[in-house]
Every structure is written in structure tokens, then in C-alpha cells.
Design a protein around this ligand. Sequence first.
Ligand code: DGL
Length: 283
Amino acid sequence: MAIGVFDSGVGGLTVHRTLVERLPHANFIYLADQANAPYGGRPGEEVVDLTRAGCIRLFEAGASLVVLACNTASAIALRRLQQTWLPGYRKETGRALNVLGIIVPTIEAATGLPWEHEAERRGDKIEKLDILGVFSTPGTASSRVFEIEIDKRKQDLAVFSEPCPNLARMIEEGAGPVDLAREVETHVENLKRRVGRYPDRAILGCTHYEMVADLFRAALPPGTPLIHQPGATADALALYLERHPELDPGSSGLRRFLTTGTPGRQNGLVQGFWGAPLDFEAA
Ligand code: DGL
């Protein structure tokens, strides 16, 4: 058995790398749906259908658990798939299977509170003390998942999302550092203009953006804390596996990288992040 890691493209590698470091003996299969990337501007129903197809591919390849290393899929498709498709698919295959997302652990890290925590609803006006900026795809931003779920848990944190419609595609295409820096700066400045000041902390709410985290650090005021999805997801996954021994992740250290797009070597930006040449096989 194995852990499947799914993203529209190479962004999920930022999560995958940390998962592998945390669970070095587990088997991992990564699937990039590059034939259909980017997901961020697609209608919700398409994101649901593509995410379901990705999960099936990973389950068929031997995964018992799929981690959606994609905010767009986690925000738009995860709950639907868990409620309406997964129970029937489990019955059909007779296997113990599950799909997890990355937004729950990110919100736990951003609030410092467990998911089960609910803020006490107070009648009086609540002072919003901190501004949390969320940079994401348009799909994730219009789901308002970060605003809604954080407000339920921590009412003194004001969440402002900044959709970045081109950034995941640029990273997927291996854009150069000057163009990427300009794009990141534009979005940081847009958010500042809308809010009236820079955020006190930020979430890079699209897994692709972790590859250009240094550009976000440079565009934000020095020292602005960034909430890291990879670490938060790895912590949550390790705990989840302890509680669910039936979802055996295997122990031979298998690593496979699949793509629905063109197999072969990924672009220089991705290799720079990964630290070694990275070849994908056809899914
Ligand atoms: N990396 C994905 C995310 O976290 C998807 C980006 C895209 O395909 O638009 O949202």
C-alpha cells in the first residue's frame, strides 16, 4: 500500500517533499494532473470531477490514502467527494480508503487551535487585532473557506484573500525570476491597497506558491510570518496514520511520480526547488 499525493501540477511537490521527510519508510505515489492544470480558474464541478479521477488513479495504483496537496481541490472538492462518492467507492472496492485535504491542518496552524474548537460567540463588537493575508487561486478565494472556517474559530483574526490568477500557471511553465517577482509584488501590493496596510501574517494558500516563498518574503515587510502548509500537513498526516492503522502506507520507501501531461523532466524552477532532476512517468 502507499500514500497518494495529488495536485493539479507540480505545486503539491512542496507538500510531498515534507511528507516524505516525515515518513521516510512509507511508500509514496505522486500524481500531477498537468493535462488539466491549472485548476484555479475552472468551474467547481470540473474541479470535483478531475479530483475524483485523480483519486481513482491513485487508489488503482495502490494508494490507501490520498492527500490532496492542492488548496483548490481541498476547498472545492474534498467535502463533496467524502460525502457523496467515497462511501460507495469503498463498498465497491471492498478496501479501507480515505482522502484528506490540506486546509484543515493549515487553519489549525494559523489559529493555533484544534479543528474541533469553536469560538465563543460574543454579542459585543469584536476587535479584529491581526490581519491574515491569504494568497490563493481564484477558486480557493471564491470558496471563502479560510474566511469562513477561521471566523468560526478565532474571531479576532481578520482574513483577507488575494486571488492570484496567473501565478500557478507561471510556476507550472517555469517562468523566470523577474516575471515571478513582479507578479508576487503586484498581489502583495493589491492586498495592501484593499486592506489599508500589509498583513501581520500570511498563508501561501496555493501549494505552487511555496516554490516562490522567497519572493513573497521579499515583497512582504521583513519578518512577516508565513504559515507553512507542508509542515502543518505532515504533522496532521503522521497523527492520522497513528490513529488509522488500517490505512497501511507500506514500508519499502517506494517513490513514483506520475503525470497526466507530458512525461519526462520537469522545468528548471521545479528542479531548483527539488534539488535534483525530477522525471515523471505517464499516469
Ligand atoms: N496547487 C494548487 C492549489 O494549491 C492548484 C493551482 C492551480 O492548479 O490553479 O491550489
